[in-house]
Ligand binder design. Structure first.
Ligand SMILES: Cc1cc2nc3c(=O)[nH]c(=O)nc-3n(C[C@H](O)[C@H](O)[C@H](O)COP(=O)(O)OP(=O)(O)OC[C@H]3O[C@@H](n4cnc5c(N)ncnc54)[C@H](O)[C@@H]3O)c2cc1C
Length: 282
């Protein structure tokens, strides 16, 4: 279908973009890679009256080592993230997840800011941000604020961003000595995840001392599997990891859709947790 009529502006600075959004009100939307917004507009599930194309704001394309944190500009593409040397070690999770998104075309156009702001429960990066206790930086007419990933995703396609705000940066703590991984189940290569599991694991003398698990597409928002995380503490072998993985049912009843029943989603999550932890520990 052809989208409903809209105005188009391409600002050359963040301040100009913010002013355009403020003038446009609730019906104005930022446009980044366009790989989620344009499909919605073509289906007329989104009808913005003004698109503020932030794709020219090259100041928002960076991955910076800032001492104890890595700062990622909102316009970094998934491709750039998957090849960023700064995203190694414990923060390697973001690079690994970005490299598994869609196909090369999607990874060259789609941005971390768009992916996170879109808040699609099936998107891969949000679960990684949760597992990494990341922060999201939003700039609005009144200045900037930092939002914990745990508070950012408030519902399906709903985030804590105000319509007048632009997501400018994602920040993750630098971690040494931990392992991470992401695995998702999809019917065909390049499909969206039916379920995905992001994990960050610290170990001490062969047993797990700390684990963080983020779940993709189990609920209207990405989830932390806190009962699994607690049960993983001290786990040193496959049996203990398998027992801990069963606790994923305590994260709540997953939704059911044409791709999977709630029971199948729980099964997938349990299996993927086992696999991702085993891989991360190997
Ligand atoms: C064929 C296909 C396959 C895909 N497969 C996957 C997949 O496997 N996994 C996955 O996670 N994703 C997948 N995607 C989605 C892709 O990763 C998108 O790029 C991403 O979800 C949105 O990023 P974008 O830059 O394209 O955002 P856009 O489409 O431009 O914007 C998306 C939304 O975010 C808002 N927005 C964008 N940037 C900002 C900002 N900086 N501040 C505030 N609001 C902003 C827009 O207003 C809009 O509401 C796929 C997309 C396609 C088309």
């Amino acid at each position: 279908m052809i989208p409903a009529a809209f105005e188009y502006e391409r600002p050359s600075s963040l301040d100009e973009a913010l002013a355009l959004l403020a003038d446009g009100g609730d019906d104005a939307r930022p446009l980044a890679g366009g790989h989620s917004l344009l499909p919605l507009m073509r289906l007329r599930l989104a009808r913005p009256t003004l698109l503020v194309d932030i794709g020219g704001l090259n100041d928002l394309r960076y991955v910076r080592d800032e001492g104890d944190q890595i700062a990622i500009g909102a316009l970094c593409t998934h491709h750039a993230l998957s090849h960023a040397p700064e995203l190694s070690g414990g923060c390697g999770l973001i690079a690994e997840v970005a490299g598994q998104i869609g196909d090369p075309q999607v990874r060259h156009r789609g941005t971390i800011g768009g992916s996170v702001a879109h808040a699609d429960p099936a998107s891969d990066l949000p679960a990684a941000l949760l597992a990494l206790d990341a922060e999201v930086v939003a700039q609005g007419p009144g200045g900037s604020r930092s939002i914990a990933a745990a508070d950012f995703f408030v519902g399906p396609l709903m985030s804590a961003l105000e319509p007048s705000e632009i997501l400018t940066e994602v920040r993750v703590a630098k971690r040494e000595g931990c392992a991470s991984g992401y695995q998702k189940f999809q019917r065909r290569a390049q499909d969206w995840a039916i379920v995905g599991v992001a994990a960050v694991v610290e170990s001490d003398g062969g047993s797990i001392s700390n684990a963080a698990i983020g779940l993709t597409n189990m609920s209207g928002t990405p989830l932390r599997a806190t009962a699994v995380e607690e049960a993983l503490a001290g786990a040193a072998d496959e049996g203990a990891i398998a027992e801990a993985a069963k606790k994923v049912s305590e994260a709540g009843t997953p939704f059911a859709d044409a791709n999977a029943s709630a029971e199948f989603r729980l099964h997938l999550a349990e299996v993927l947790i086992r696999r991702v932890i085993a891989d991360a520990m190997s």
